[in-house]
Design a protein around this ligand. Structure first.
Ligand code: 13P
Length: 340
């Protein structure tokens, strides 16, 4: 594959394909495994991810890239094949989460800033050597009556921009992820409030990316959809699609090759339906696809249940979600195909 940032970014948003976010930290994957009553160990984490990466049809046809956690990037499948090689063999680009998580922001009660810039240049060089060609950094913005504050929005945007510039220096495409939470506290905000905050955050992020001399052609944006809080669900699927596209058009330059959404706590079907409605209903200057974690993995995780005898059924469940989201990336998903 070409090593130009533009070409890697284009491969990450190949039409009809999207990104599998499998970069849960050890703490987060433990929470996921708790739901199936499975102990989280290096081996169970490996077995689970190997199950997905060996789902050949899903990986070859619908997954353009996989975001990994540090441990997984270094892990080998049960037969000794590096997991990265399984991903590459399926024609997908391996990626790596490089942020150190959202930590309380001093002086800003209830808000966070994402850590991990110190030593990042050296870590990126190592990750490039291990095969990663894109990276992910997630900034987190919470909505409440009084939040977010300008200080938190600005500092998260600055961190994202510094991260993105370091990635490009290392020949790695940055996924820039400023997530406005749908499932924060109290989570009762309206879709219009989400629109206003998302617009503010994206305007700020692109201003910082410009100041940091980040090449927009060599990045992928990973935003939230414009949607009401998890405890205030009212908006129709059509309204979510229309307001999300309107907000992105108002803020994301056309030079950005692709936008890959996070699922953020939406149900599997909602996340798919929203993406499909956007692609079916609107002309847009960028590719619009998925970079889902929960909405791609939940069905497969449940079907697997940690048991080797369930691997085939789990791969089938994962493949179905990958296929449905692949259809959504082209605007071709519908309820009949969902049920088939
Ligand atoms: P969800 O799709 O589960 O929100 O996860 C995507 C992700 O990578 C969040 O950083």
């Amino acid at each position: 594959m070409s090593e130009r940032l533009e070409d890697i970014a284009a491969a990450m948003v190949t039409p009809g394909q999207g990104i599998l976010a499998a970069d849960e930290s050890s703490g987060t994957i433990k929470k996921r495994f708790d739901t199936i009553g499975l102990e989280s160990t290096a081996d169970t984490r490996r077995d689970y991810r190997e199950m997905m990466f060996r789902a050949e049809d899903a990986m070859k046809n619908h997954i353009s890239g996989v975001i990994l956690y540090d441990e997984t990037l270094r892990q080998k499948a049960a037969d000794g094949t590096p997991l990265v090689d399984l991903i590459k063999a399926a024609g997908a680009v391996p990626g790596i989460k490089v942020d150190g998580g959202a930590k309380p922001l001093a002086g800003f009660a209830g808000e966070t800033v994402t850590e991990g810039l110190d030593g990042l240049r050296e870590r990126l060089a190592e990750y490039h050597g291990l095969g990663a060609r894109f990276a992910k950094w997630r900034g987190v913005i919470s909505i409440s009556k009084d939040l977010p504050s300008w200080g938190a929005v600005k500092q998260n945007a600055q961190a994202l921009a510094r991260y993105a510039a370091l990635c490009q220096e290392a020949g790695i495409v940055p996924i820039v992820e400023p997530e406005v939470l749908m499932d924060g506290q109290p989570g009762d905000h309206s879709i219009d409030r989400c629109y206003d905050v998302t617009e503010w955050v994206l305007k700020t992020v692109f201003a910082e990316l410009y100041d940091a001399r980040v090449s927009l052609e060599g990045m992928v944006l990973k935003p939230n959809m414009v949607i009401d809080g998890k405890n205030a669900r009212k908006a129709s699927r059509e309204e979510v699609a229309e307001k999300t596209v309107r907000c992105l058009k108002a803020t994301v330059p056309a030079a950005v090759p692709g936008i890959a959404f996070l699922s953020g706590g939406q149900s599997d079907e909602e996340a798919t339906a929203h993406l499909s409605l956007m692609n079916a209903g609107f002309d847009m200057p960028w590719a619009l696809t998925f970079s889902y974690g929960r909405a791609l993995q939940a069905a497969g995780l449940k079907a697997w249940g940690g048991k080797p005898e369930n691997v085939a059924a789990a791969q089938q469940a994962f493949a179905h979600r990958a296929k449905m989201n692949g259809l959504a990336a082209k605007g071709d998903w519908n309820k009949e195909r969902e049920a088939a």
